[in-house]
Design a protein around this ligand. Structure first.
Ligand SMILES: [Zn+2]
Length: 470
């Protein structure tokens, strides 16, 4: 029996009719605002080359670790989903077979944000009106596959249809940024910018760290045998990224630890991590580099983002067979108050610095992050991230952070995704949840309705543009 696919117009709004009416009115004021996506992982080659996406499975399943993580947890082999193996041993190649396995297991996503995003893509992007399951799998495959072969579903056309005003990708420090150059030199005027993510030359525990640093220095024409030359190379690459439109840097560190060492200590530490870094030296070097990056942000105006405390690739067998970013990343506890103090002592009061903090440890929203951002002029709170980019995660964030941090120390929404088609759905969930939260404040007479309209617009559009200088 086929079931209908319906996106209810009141989804995520409060059940109480009075509050729901306020939420509807607030949402009507923000739902059509353009999307500003300041941090994410879309592939710039999509917008540079504008080639059609090849098939439903390689667009929606194979690259999406949110999707195959859940299927893997229920015993579906990653090989059967076409996830490429490290050693090149064979995995499923038939996109229709991959799609059918996904369809058969679609019920596993009930109650998850993935289900909301995917249903939105199916209904709004592809016009499907029946629910995905085993019996509708072929119908879905044919509708999506046929659509992807048309010009209206090429990357640039979708970018325009999604009303994206600006989108940032994320590149490593050795990336030549050729796709960004191609986009800028094309006659297409979509705004796609990069962001500077120097982790591979900042984290001494990166495989091949010394060779990467050598290449980093060679590209910059700097002598990176000294710490001073290494910092000069960062300044070169930051300028190169700014030329490709970057307004931000991003730092994915195991912790938020920062340090502020003397020059002599930095030179000695740098020499040690280039040969063979102990755990302690690696952590101290990353810590020192966060403070250096904050100093360079003061100089060049790039906004700094810190995404700490994830245990990457927790599942060793999956890491060995399929590599990184395969759904095995698990959050760890976060600590910011002691960790950030060296950086804040040096730069925390400088009006030229913006440091946006993210966490996967919700315990620190009210205890650490909201008090820090509610005091230091340089600090802002990033939106709920990754596992908490969900209706309940967004509600908890507003509940725990607003009273101390206010709305204006937050920076709007990040979709932080490479699932391009889901970007409007993710922003829509954030807008609905913020309107639902504001409606509650209005209904309890904690905020006048006209001010709630202003806040709703700030959360959907104004704050992100201001914080990220987009
Ligand atoms: Zn990210």
């Amino acid at each position: 029996m086929t079931r209908p696919l319906v996106l209810h117009p009141d989804r995520l709004f409060p059940a109480d009719p009075g509050t729901r009416a306020i939420a509807r009115a607030l949402y009507a004021g923000v739902k059509d605002l353009p999307i500003v996506s300041p941090h994410g992982h879309t592939d710039p080659s999509w917008f540079a080359c504008d080639e059609p996406f090849t098939d439903p499975a390689s667009l929606l399943i194979v690259p999406d670790h949110y999707v195959f993580r859940m299927l893997y947890s229920q015993g579906v082999a990653l090989e059967s989903l076409g996830v490429p193996s490290v050693d090149g041993s064979p995995v499923e190649q038939d996109p229709r077979k991959i799609w059918n396995i996904f369809a058969k297991h679609y019920h596993l996503f009930r109650g998850t944000p993935s289900r909301m995003w995917l249903d939105w893509v199916f209904a709004e992007v592809f016009g499907l009106n029946v629910l995905l399951d085993e019996t509708t799998a072929d119908h879905y495959y044919e509708v999506i596959d046929a659509a992807l072969k048309t010009d209206a579903f090429r990357p640039r056309a979708l970018f325009e249809r999604f009303n994206i005003e600006a989108i940032a990708t994320t590149e490593g420090p050795l990336d030549p940024l050729a796709h960004h150059r191609a986009i800028r030199e094309s006659d297409w005027d979509g705004r796609v910018v990069t962001a500077y993510r120097p982790d591979p030359v900042v984290d001494p525990e990166t495989p091949g760290f010394a060779e990467k640093v050598a290449k980093f220095g060679a590209m910059a024409g700097e002598d990176v045998s000294t710490y001073a030359g290494y910092l000069a190379a960062h300044r070169f690459h930051r300028a190169r990224f700014r030329e490709a439109g970057a307004t931000s840097t991003d730092h994915g560190h195991p912790s938020a630890l920062t340090a502020d060492l003397s020059n002599e200590d930095c030179e000695a530490l740098y020499r040690r991590v280039l040969s063979s870094a102990s755990k302690q030296d690696a952590e101290l070097f990353r810590a020192q580099l966060l403070t250096e990056m904050a100093g360079m942000s003061v100089e060049d105006g790039m906004v700094m983002q810190l995404h700490p405390a994830v245990h990457r690739s927790h599942n060793k067998a999956v890491l060995d067979r399929f590599g990184r970013d395969k759904g095995g990343d698990i959050p760890m506890p976060g600590e910011f108050v002691q960790a950030l103090k060296p950086l804040l002592d040096r730069h925390g009061n400088d009006p030229r610095l913006t440091l946006i903090l993210f966490t996967l440890d919700e315990d620190v929203y009210s205890r650490e992050l909201a008090p820090l951002a509610g005091h230091y002029p340089s600090l802002r709170l990033g939106p709920p991230w990754w596992f908490h980019d969900s209706p309940e995660g967004m509600r908890r964030f507003r509940e725990r952070a607003t009273e101390t941090g206010g709305f204006y120390n937050t920076v709007g929404f990040n979709d932080d995704t490479r699932a391009f088609l889901s970007i409007p759905a993710r922003h829509d969930v954030a807008r609905r949840m913020d309107c639902a939260w504001l409606a509650q404040l209005v209904a309890e007479h904690r905020l006048p309705e006209d001010e709630a309209h202003e806040v709703a617009r700030a959360l959907a559009y104004d704050l992100v543009k201001a914080a990220y200088k987009l």
